[in-house]
Design a protein around this ligand. Structure first.
Ligand SMILES: [Zn+2]
Length: 399
């Protein structure tokens, strides 16, 4: 028996006027998913326990069966693990975004949390330039993917209050800079980084017009230690993602983290390479999770056209070839489609509504409903609501 979990990051949304008051998932042309749904269990699930902030860190832990209340120690240690950085127990890891901040009537406004989805190679140059320029043993920068980088603060403090930059788009940053004990150090570092980035742009005029001029530090925490997925579930598995956070959770969980060339975490990702990686890994393992980031990113962009595209691609370029090949190669399999959290277009950040999930079993119909499409509205009609999202995995892997 093979189990494939498809994590459509941030896919759930709210009705959008321009889409005839449909959600992007409702509006998208999801022929393959809808073909499966009539024989599937559907329901709504909550991956963000009360008191925790909605995000892919908490959400993916829950999806992989870990109760975030017991196992969440901050976002960045998970990303560090995905980047192959071994933290010491007393180190503080911070997420370091390359961002664009613009001046408007004496206010400084968070304009772009993603530096226009900057190219890895350019971002790497910027981060390396920062590291050389800052020359401080206490702080070490590590370049990651696109705008997502990491700062390790040796024997650092994790107590400052920080805010994700995607939560303050269009807002005055002065209300959201790191606060609390030892936050001056971080604010000073961000100030120095601003100067260094300006210097970098002077030296590299070809990048002058790209939308980045600052770093933003957030999502801090200390080293995360998880019991292995295999020890809990008695099967081994793999994880396929473009995103270091998700790779990091996989690594902490002892899953086989498979790197796919051309996986970008955006609409231009290498879908077929990722699907192939799932199929290949199932020769060795019984479980594989494929993470698709584009619905979340397009939600943050506030771009409903692209979000619908991301969901169409999920159906056509991920679920369709997966099902075809699973049928051919393995015959008996289950597939679960779920999301970590909603990323509504109207908010451009994560929210807390329960998310749709479906479980399909190739051996038999396990339907608990009479719906023929899969979306935020139809799953509610099934009456299946899972409050403790981390228990969904056990349900999926059962028999
Ligand atoms: Zn997100």
């Amino acid at each position: 028996m093979k189990y494939v979990l498809v994590q459509a990051d941030g896919m759930p949304d709210r009705p959008i006027k321009e889409l005839n008051n449909k959600t992007p998932l409702e509006f998208a042309d999801t022929v393959t998913i809808d073909n499966l749904v009539t024989n599937s269990i559907i329901g709504a699930v909550n991956h963000i326990p009360k008191g925790l902030k909605s995000g892919s860190d908490v959400g993916n832990l829950s999806i992989l069966g870990y109760n975030p209340k017991n196992f969440f120690t901050g976002r960045s240690p998970l990303e560090a693990s995905g980047m192959g950085i071994d933290l010491n127990e007393e180190d503080a890891a911070y997420r370091c975004n390359l961002v664009n901040i613009v001046s408007n009537n004496k206010e400084k406004i968070m304009d772009d949390y993603s530096a226009g989805h900057i190219d890895d190679s350019i971002a790497r140059k910027v981060i390396n330039f920062l590291q050389e320029g800052i020359d401080n043993e206490e702080f070490k920068f590590f370049p990651g993917v696109s705008y997502r980088h990491l700062l390790v603060w040796k024997k650092g403090d994790t107590s400052p209050i920080t805010v994700p930059p995607h939560d303050i788009l269009g807002k005055n940053i002065s209300d959201f800079l790191p606060q609390g004990s030892s936050s001056e150090k971080l604010n000073k570092l961000m100030g120095t980084a601003r100067e260094k980035i300006a210097e970098f742009k002077k030296l590299n005029k070809e990048y002058r017009n790209l939308p980045f001029n600052n770093i933003w530090l957030w999502g801090q925490g200390r080293k995360n230690i998880l019991p292995s997925f295999e020890s809990i579930n008695q099967i081994s598995g793999s994880i396929i993602s473009a995103v270091n956070l998700v790779k990091g959770i996989g690594k902490c969980a002892g899953l086989d983290v498979i790197v796919v060339k051309g996986a970008t975490g955006y609409l231009d990702t290498n879908y077929s390479g990722k699907v192939q990686a799932v199929l290949d890994s199932l020769q060795k393992h019984d479980f594989s999770m494929i993470h698709i980031e584009a619905p979340d990113e397009t939600g943050h962009d506030g771009d409903y056209v692209n979000k619908v595209q991301a969901i169409n691609d999920l159906d056509r370029k991920v679920i369709n070839p997966l099902i075809k090949n699973l049928k051919k190669k393995f015959k008996e399999f289950k597939i679960c489609i779920v999301s970590d959290h909603p990323t509504p277009i109207e908010l451009r950040t994560h929210s807390y509504e329960y998310v749709p999930f479906m479980i399909y079993d190739s051996r038999k119909s396990i339907s608990n409903h009479n719906q023929n499409t899969f979306n935020e509205k139809t799953v509610i009609r099934s009456d299946l609501v899972i409050e403790d999202g981390f228990t969904l995995l056990g349900r999926f892997l059962k028999d």
